[in-house]
Design a protein around this ligand. Structure first.
Ligand code: AQP
Length: 339
């Protein structure tokens, strides 16, 4: 096999499975915008085919997809600089996913902790799509020969599976066709936790709205949720080591660090030793200052859904132009007649 150099290309996606949270913003969107502004080619997708691995009401799915697109733009993604589109408009994702269903092994999929978490005790009743989710995710990435994928910590295992699929495909067919993608998991907020329980990820599908900050929350709601966030009775420790066994305190400090673009050590130097009654209002002010303009811009953009649809259709055309030749070549490699 010959070594092939792949041009740096960033891909990532978010499910339109509800409203965006501060976890999605800090773990994904804010970093997507950073990658875009570094001048690398960036492709970002509203992964609606992933969303339907669990039940979605059709009207709500349509709304959530448009709102997600508004959230991308309000968070600094420029549809001229980045390719923004929804997954179902580019059929190559599903086509390559089928091929990867035939590459991935049952044993690999059974080890995926997200499937176990989401299927819960009722795995027999989960959709086949939920089980196969990581193969579609591998296709999302590899259909663009993406080299870097910014994600939160929760997606690390799926990224490893993407690398395994690429490696096995390349090995089985004796090619160096798919890149071995690098996950980009960095910064203080790779895992933003629930405001009600420091051991649980902040998630858009958590039944408690108080567990998360939504990108659509207004200033008063953001401040109230931070004020009511669960904490312990001790003041903040004096340094980062003191956060080790204090998940709720660590979470609020990580959020502060990510919002203010500082390291945790810098934040501890500024705020270490303070009582939560002093720290929470400072955090609330910072969160409101950053999130409220995003929320306002999202509602402005949502007033013109046809413009959002136009942006998504245009992004899909640009995405297809990259994906179609890669899928065609994949078909050729595996021996499909007519490719
Ligand atoms: N709490 C989080 N902290 C850091 N990053 C997070 N991400 C999600 N939650 C956090 C990152 O956001 C991107 C998109 O995630 P997704 O919406 O496609 O799926 P998810 O990870 O399953 O997010 P949710 O909010 O938990 O959705 P539901 O509730 O529908 O399952 C990913 O990069 C993810 O790492």
């Amino acid at each position: 096999m010959t070594e092939v150099a792949f041009t740096p290309r960033v891909f990532s996606g978010i499910q339109p499975s509800g409203g965006l949270t501060l976890g999605n913003y800090l773990g994904a969107l804010k970093r997507f915008a950073k990658a875009q502004d570094q001048g690398i080619e960036t492709i970002y997708c509203m992964v609606d085919l992933h969303a339907i691995t669990v039940w979605q009401d059709p009207e709500k799915l349509r709304h959530a997809t448009r709102e997600l697109c508004a959230g991308f733009i309000a968070s600094g993604l420029d549809p001229e600089k980045s390719i923004l589109f929804n997954q179902s408009q580019v059929a190559e994702h599903a086509q390559l996913a089928w091929i990867f269903n035939c590459v991935a092994r049952m044993g690999w999929m059974k080890r995926m902790t997200q499937f176990k978490d989401k299927a819960g005790k009722n795995a027999e009743n989960a959709s086949l799509g939920l089980f196969g989710y990581p193969a579609l995710m591998a296709a999302d990435i590899l259909v663009y020969h993406a080299t870097h994928v910014p994600v939160g910590e929760d997606q690390k295992q799926h990224l490893e599976l993407t690398r395994d699929i690429a490696t096995k495909f390349n090995h089985d067919y004796g090619v160096d066709f798919f890149p071995i993608t690098e996950p980009v998991i960095e910064g203080a907020a790779t895992r933003v936790m629930s405001l009600r329980d420091g051991s649980k990820k902040m998630s858009k599908s958590d039944p408690s709205d108080m567990s998360r900050i939504n990108l659509t929350d207004d200033a008063d709601t953001i401040a109230k949720k931070i004020r009511k966030a669960k904490t312990d009775p001790e003041p903040l420790p004096s340094d980062a080591d003191g956060l080790a066994d204090r998940p709720e305190a660590r979470n609020l400090i990580n959020i502060y660090a990510a919002l203010s673009d500082q390291s945790v050590d810098q934040v501890m130097a500024e705020l270490g030793g303070k009582a939560f009654s002093e720290f929470k209002p400072v955090l609330a002010d910072l969160a409101v200052a950053q999130m409220a303009p995003i929320s306002a811009e999202m509602s402005r953009l949502m007033q013109d859904p046809s413009e959002i649809d136009r942006i998504l259709a245009n992004g899909a055309d640009r995405a297809r132009a990259i994906a179609a030749p890669i899928l065609k070549k994949t078909y050729e490699i595996i021996g499909m007649v007519g490719a």
